[in-house]
Design a protein around this ligand. Structure first.
Ligand code: ADP
Ligand code: MG
Length: 869
């Protein structure tokens, strides 16, 4: 069939063959055309008409097309649908004759490399992440092409890869082909949020990767970046860099360093905790509305917004660093004047990170340079505002800012105040910047005066008052005479073009002038362009310093933001220390207190330490249990990210992980059995929590039958108590049986949320108090609802019976029967039978025949004996 195709279609198929995983945009004149399956798919996604091309032996080829100037929106839509787009351009000017124009791929746009300015949200990063697994270790490398950020880390176990992946939330995940068949691949892709791209194994080769990185950063070895022995991280980073170059087809000057970090410096917040606590995404529509980030975001720059998000997801573990941040926030908190000035100046700063990135990728236009200049000027002023006594973090920030007056001056002296968007059509360089350019521009503008003069002269000569001298791009200069006046046209006019109502002419004089002016205009445009590129390249050489600056400015933005938020919302500075306690006085839920409109948020106290480390929290539906336990988690996270907290006082002992799980019936999941999901999540906590963790469990065990659920819940608490010594846990539950645990295990305490009957109503007080809540609350509500007296009375007596059984009677011993610990002890006792007469006496007791009173007096007797009395 090949031979039946036109040469162009053969060219198309050749190129398509090499780019099978992308939709090919094939440039034909002013359009990008798609053919075959690409056309069918794209027309469906983009809602554009599917047509066809060709007849006869080849049959009809499906095709569709889009105008090239509107491409970026269409590309964005395909990318959002997880597709890649390969852009194929005409790489030579179409010449005369029917010769086939040469075409080539100029760029491949993928979800993780998409950086169209007008479509990317300034507040979010667009990451592409490469993962390499080797000998059970995982190397992660990720980049944002729109900012030039390039980071890598190495993680020793798979479990820790997941939370990190979720924090990064890449739009595209890059892995090698041989990885597909592994179990790790399955696990990793199952938590992946973006599309997956598979490349050949050699891309991840260690030697090649190391070489690629060294070449990119012009270094002899990678030790300076902290990449010693980090094999999988090097492989991932090298592969990612190669992939970016292969797709972008340009030198990536904007990627000038790699930052290697260690995940163990940050609090682990796994995917479910990030979700349940709604840190940066809410559970309803996945937007930022109603999230912790949303409440904390009063930043004024886009890089500040991006940084704040990273801080929310990465609370720190080093209390010195945390306190350094808190000091800095405190400085702005108490210096309102400086804070206001700094924030005003910052509000005039554009996205320096993306602007300088565009400069180094040679895609910045004249407006971008002006935006950069004015940002740098504001930063300069910022330096002067921050000149007195500063906390260490601010001191480092200010002294780390380079002097950019040279850059600003260069831009201000060369670029006009209101340049056009395009940089190839002139009109961007100031007069007086370049003598040669000025001369050309004089000819061009002088030419315009000359035209006015010519028109006047020709009107006088011919007596045609409506005669006009004009210019258009296709035909050049002309003299236009309306049809009615054609009789007065002199002999030296040469006909050029015929319109409906007029004729256009040219004269020798005009022709000569035209070539002079058009030549000058073209030359001046080219010259402006090259002057502009020169300036841009020169600034591009400062990319590393500019990036440092934008990091610092983003940091100042977030710090002053946190101070502003603290003032506005009435937060206070927490005391963070490497202890295990946790004490919050008058704590509030940062998000809910903002959402509540018609009522006041009720603050609550918490105090956890070694003797009070597991809280069983009961209370009726809607009493405020979930809110309370989440607020403890959120306050802890805020404190460790260096923020002030919604509480009168807070003492936070460092927490290495915050786990949050929500029982199946409290949340609707899709697909998988909800109870299964709940159990997987809980298993994950128990397997990964440490003595330094904070565990928040909300109605765990609810998704199954009562006995089943309460048994699981009970043993989960027991496990935390026995095996996670030191871990703090809060367990909101409606299983009253669990409150029995407080009497059995040290450190377990009961709390409940108070309610009050108020005339015909039940009032929620939202106050946390010690002890167990009233279990007859439901009956209470039934009574208020007007149930017949008989039903209420009968329900009360059934409840009393049940309670006798479950709380005071045999159920207690059933639950408490054999904990793992007691099993061990039991073994000990069995082994030592006969040696201890007391044991034999205990064994001989017939508990079933004893009344509680008998049991108690027997117990007292035994105790006396044991104490030797
Ligand atoms: P539960 O988990 O006990 O069913 P929630 O924590 O979900 O209850 O709270 C239910 C509702 O009660 C919340 O949506 C909020 O409107 C209100 N609420 C909870 N805690 C407070 C509080 N401390 N102050 C004021 N209103 C609260
Ligand atoms: Mg709840």
């Amino acid at each position: 069939m090949e031979s039946d195709l036109t040469p162009m279609m053969r060219q198309y198929l050749d190129i398509k063959e090499k780019n099978r995983d992308a939709i090919l945009f094939f440039r034909l004149g002013d359009f990008y055309e798609m053919f075959f399956d690409d056309a069918v798919e794209a027309s469906r996604i983009l809602h554009i008409t599917l047509t066809s091309r060709g007849t006869g032996k080849t049959g009809k080829i499906p095709m569709c097309g889009i105008p090239h100037h509107a491409a970026s929106n269409y590309i964005a839509r395909l990318i959002h649908n997880g597709r890649k787009v390969a852009i194929c351009e005409q790489v030579e000017e179409p010449g005369p004759g029917k010769k086939l124009v040469e075409r080539a791929i100029t760029r491949i746009i993928t979800p993780g490399t998409f950086i169209a300015d007008e479509i990317l949200d300034g507040a979010v990063n667009n990451y592409i992440l490469a993962i390499c697994a080797r000998d059970g270790r995982f190397g992660l490398a990720y980049a944002d092409l729109s900012t030039g950020e390039f980071k890598a880390t190495e993680i020793p176990d798979k479990e820790s890869v997941f939370p990190e992946m979720y924090k990064i939330s890449p739009s595209e995940l890059l892995m090698q082909e041989s990885f597909i068949s592994t179990r790790d691949f399955k696990d990793i892709t199952s938590v992946n949020t973006g599309s997956v791209s598979i490349v050949d194994d050699w891309m991840f080769d260690h030697e090649l990767s190391a070489k690629e990185l060294k070449r990119q950063f012009s270094v002899n070895n990678l030790e300076g970046f902290g990449l010693t022995g980090q094999t999988p991280a090097v492989n991932a980073a090298g592969a990612l860099l190669k992939y970016l170059k292969n797709t972008q087809k340009i030198e990536l000057n904007n990627i000038d360093r790699i930052t290697v970090y260690n995940v163990s410096e940050y609090m682990v917040l796994d995917r479910n905790s990030q979700r349940h606590l709604e840190l940066i995404q809410n559970q309803d529509d996945l937007s930022t509305k109603g999230t912790l980030y949303d409440v904390l975001d009063m930043t004024t720059t886009p890089m500040g917004k991006r940084k704040l998000k990273k801080w929310v997801l990465n609370p720190m573990l080093d209390y010195n660093k945390i306190n350094e941040r808190l000091d800095a926030v405190g400085f702005f908190f108490s210096n309102a004047d400086i804070r206001k000035k700094v924030r005003t100046l910052l509000s005039e700063v554009y996205d320096i990170e993306r602007l300088s990135n565009k400069v180094s990728m040679a895609s910045a236009n004249a407006r971008d340079l002006l935006a950069l200049a004015s940002s740098l000027e504001s930063v300069e002023k910022l330096k002067h505002v921050l000149n007195g006594e500063l906390p260490s973090l601010m001191d480092k920030a200010v002294s780390g800012m380079d002097d950019f007056s040279g850059v600003t001056r260069m831009i201000r002296e060369s670029i006009v105040d209101n340049p056009p968007v395009t940089i190839k059509e002139g009109g961007i360089i100031k007069k007086g910047h370049d003598a040669e350019l000025d001369e050309l521009l004089d000819i061009v503008s002088g030419g315009k005066d000359w035209i006015t003069g010519l028109q006047k002269k020709e009107i006088e000569r011919t007596g045609i008052s409506s005669l006009k001298v004009g210019y258009n791009r296709v035909f050049g200069y002309y003299i236009e005479v309306t049809k009615a006046n054609l009789k007065d046209v002199p002999d030296d006019y040469m006909r050029k073009q015929t319109l409906v109502n007029a004729e256009r002419f040219i004269t020798e004089e005009l022709k000569e002038h035209e070539s002079r002016i058009v030549g000058a205009a073209d030359r001046s445009k080219n010259m402006e362009y090259s002057i502009f590129c020169g300036i841009r390249d020169e600034i591009g050489r400062k990319i590393d310093k500019l990036k440092e600056l934008s990091e610092i400015v983003a940091g100042i933005d977030v710090i002053s933001d946190l101070a502003e938020v603290a003032v506005v919302n009435g937060y206070n500075r927490p005391v963070v220390s490497p202890s295990s306690g946790l004490e919050i006085r008058q704590g509030r839920h940062p998000v809910l207190e903002k959402i509540l409109k018609d009522k006041e948020f009720v603050p609550n106290d918490v105090r956890m330490d070694d003797d009070n480390r597991i809280f069983i929290i009961t209370g009726s539906n809607m009493a405020g249990k979930s809110t309370f336990i989440r607020q403890v988690a959120l306050i802890t996270i805020m404190a460790q990210m260096g923020s002030f907290v919604p509480a009168d006082e807070a003492r936070i002992g460092l927490v290495d992980r915050v786990f949050t799980r929500v029982g199946a019936s409290d949340r609707l999941y899709h697909g998988m059995s909800t109870f299964m999901v709940e159990m997987i999540e809980t298993a994950n906590i128990l397997n990964n929590a440490t003595a330094m963790s904070l565990i928040i469990l909300d109605e765990i065990g609810r998704g199954t039958s009562t006995f089943d659920g309460v048994s699981i819940a009970w043993s989960v608490v027991e496990f935390i108590h026995h095996y996670l010594m030191g871990a703090k846990a809060m367990f909101a539950t409606h299983y009253h049986e669990l409150t029995e645990l407080a009497g059995i295990m040290e450190g377990v305490k009961n709390y409940h949320l108070e309610v009050q009957e108020w005339g015909e109503d039940i009032v929620f007080l939202y106050k946390v108090a010690e002890g167990v809540c009233d279990e007859s609350f439901g009956i209470h509500v039934a009574r208020l609802a007007g149930m017949p007296q008989e039903v209420v009375a009968r329900a009360r007596s059934i409840l009393a019976n049940l309670q006798k059984d479950s709380l005071l009677g045999s159920i207690r011993s059933k639950f408490a029967g054999k904990t793992a610990e007691q099993e061990k002890q039991l073994d000990f006792f069995t082994y030592n039978a006969g040696k201890f007469p007391l044991l034999d006496e205990i064994k001989g007791l017939d508990l079933d025949r004893m009344t509680p009173i008998d049991a108690l007096s027997k117990l007292s007797e035994l105790k006396n004996k044991a104490e030797g009395r």
